[in-house]
Design a protein around this ligand. Sequence first.
Ligand code: NAP
Length: 212
Amino acid sequence: MRPHVTVNAAMSVDGKIALPSRTGVRISHDEDLRRVHELRASCDAILVGVGTILMDDPKLTVKKEYAKGRNPLRVVLDSDGSCPENAAVLDGSAPTLIATNVNCTKTFPNADVIRCGDDQVDVPKLLEILHEQGVQRLLVEGGSTANWTFLSGGLVDELLVFTASMIIGGHSTPTLVAGEGIKRLEDAIRLRLQRASPVGDGILLEYTVVRE
Ligand SMILES: NC(=O)c1ccc[n+]([C@@H]2O[C@H](COP(=O)([O-])OP(=O)(O)OC[C@H]3O[C@@H](n4cnc5c(N)ncnc54)[C@H](OP(=O)(O)O)[C@@H]3O)[C@@H](O)[C@H]2O)c1
């Protein structure tokens, strides 16, 4: 058993989710922020990869000006424990869990550690553990590599993408999904568009993932 998994992201029309320097910027429109914070408040946990922590240092809490509700558990995929001790997710303002591989011996202030996976974090196993601990709804907030692990592993129920009316460009600018990618079109991860709604100057696309 695993939690219900939602991936949420904001991208440009050309699919970029950050600047070419990989620095995170707010691509989402102001009008979309309320939805994102209400979504956070409705979930039991929010997960990101450590790449996002290192580039953006997000706090991953519910901002009171946008939504009411408790802060979900913050979860970081961090095989070798490279999350800096002064990262915002370690500020003690919400419960935090660092998921490492079984060889990592690091500990972190204000966070628990789960060790699973020999090299990278074993995400299916982690989801099982989170579910056993009461996490029923998990929100994945990137970045590209974490999104690939979840989508390619068949671990996503819905994908919500705010598409801003802008182009960012750049050969190696992070895109919505990275990883190895598929080899044949038949292997594409198929989505079903459930809704497309204008929000601010962009569009919110809501998909479910098609199960074979
Ligand atoms: N616009 C948006 O919505 C949005 C949201 C979030 C992030 N971003 C952008 O995304 C970029 C970061 O993306 P990223 O791809 O570099 O990093 P990421 O997906 O945030 O983190 C990936 C890292 O997580 C660790 N990890 C451990 N186990 C993993 C597993 N099983 N699967 C995947 N990752 C695992 C790996 O590092 P170790 O090997 O060290 O463990 C891996 O390199 C930044 O530019 C950020 O600004 C944009």
